[in-house]
Write a protein that binds this ligand. Structure first.
Ligand SMILES: [Zn+2]
Length: 298
């Protein structure tokens, strides 16, 4: 089972508390189905439980059982075969059937409580949410441009603003922000799924943090080694040219310590001197050694 199907399954188990919300969900289910108009009202779905919810929506609106056809691909197609039933459904939802384009009628999403129910219906019909293990993405595949535009406007007062794009002629209304996806899941009533989503996000954040820390440590080790190699080169040059003895006792001690301990950081070198020195003090002395070595080679 995918995360998307888990969410849909959870949503289909919700019992609608009031008629107004049941109507809003039914509207979302029908409006965003495969077709919604006087010539065709139908839904194509992968899931039996969504098919059942769609049938229940039609029953709720016109007290009739829709025809159910199982297509060859294994998907379920539910369609309202009778033209009079289709007209009844359209009329029930405030359409005359002669509209050239069926805009969203907010009269079917009457109260604040109905918003989530409407989004739930829409999601059951045309929504997909990607597993948060992979990426943060929730989308509604809307058949027509004007429908996707209307749908985006529905979110105006909601703390999530969708983006729109066109994929092979299908209008996509989508969300990429994890918090916005959490808000959508919450308002639809997917309480279990939203917790799963948040858990996965926390797990991902912690893992990223650890990875960043490890990468950072590796980078620091690399830097330490590179610097140590430069110091050793300079010190060996001084020894070979016979000028090592010209160094002051403090510089000599540090040079020997550096040669013997290439893995030590500057602070560690400083701590191991007879008279302990700060990191910047060590840095200063090493620079001096390298300057003297530099003059030697000229
Ligand atoms: Zn309501």
């Amino acid at each position: 089972m995918s995360f998307s199907s888990d969410v849909k399954k959870e949503l289909c188990a919700i019992e609608c508390e009031s008629d107004c919300c049941q109507r809003a969900e039914a509207y979302g289910l029908l409006y965003f189905g495969r077709a919604f108009g006087k010539h065709d009202i139908s839904l194509l779905t992968d899931y039996d439980f969504v098919a059942e919810r769609y049938k229940a929506a039609i029953r709720f609106l016109i007290q009739k059982e829709p025809e159910c056809v199982l297509s060859k691909s294994g998907k379920t197609t539910i369609s309202v075969e009778n033209g009079d039933d289709r007209m009844d459904l359209l009329n029930e939802l405030g359409y005359t059937g002669s509209e050239t384009s069926l805009r969203i009628l907010t009269s079917n999403i009457e109260y604040e409580c109905c918003f989530g129910a409407f989004i739930r219906g829409a999601f059951l019909s045309c929504g997909i949410v990607t597993d948060p293990k992979k990426e943060y993405h929730l989308e509604f595949d809307v058949a027509f441009k004007n429908k996707s535009r209307d749908f985006s406007e529905i979110f105006e007062d909601f703390p999530a603003s969708p983006k729109q794009s066109d994929r092979n002629g299908v209008n996509i209304v989508y969300f990429k922000d994890s918090e916005q996806i959490e808000n959508i899941l919450t308002v639809m009533g997917a309480q279990v799924s939203v917790l799963e989503f948040i858990n996965e996000k926390i797990f991902k954040d912690v893992r990223n943090h650890v990875n960043r820390k490890v990468n950072c440590d590796n980078a620091n080790i690399r830097k330490t080694c590179q610097a140590a190699a430069q110091h050793r080169e300079a010190i060996e040059k001084l020894i070979q040219s016979g000028r090592f003895d010209e160094l002051s006792p403090e510089l000599k001690e540090l040079a020997r310590l550096r040669l013997d301990n290439p893995e030590m950081t500057l602070s560690e070198l400083g701590a191991n001197l007879t008279h302990p020195l700060s990191r910047s003090g060590v840095n200063h002395r090493l620079k001096k050694i390298m300057e003297i070595a530099d003059k030697t080679s000229k």
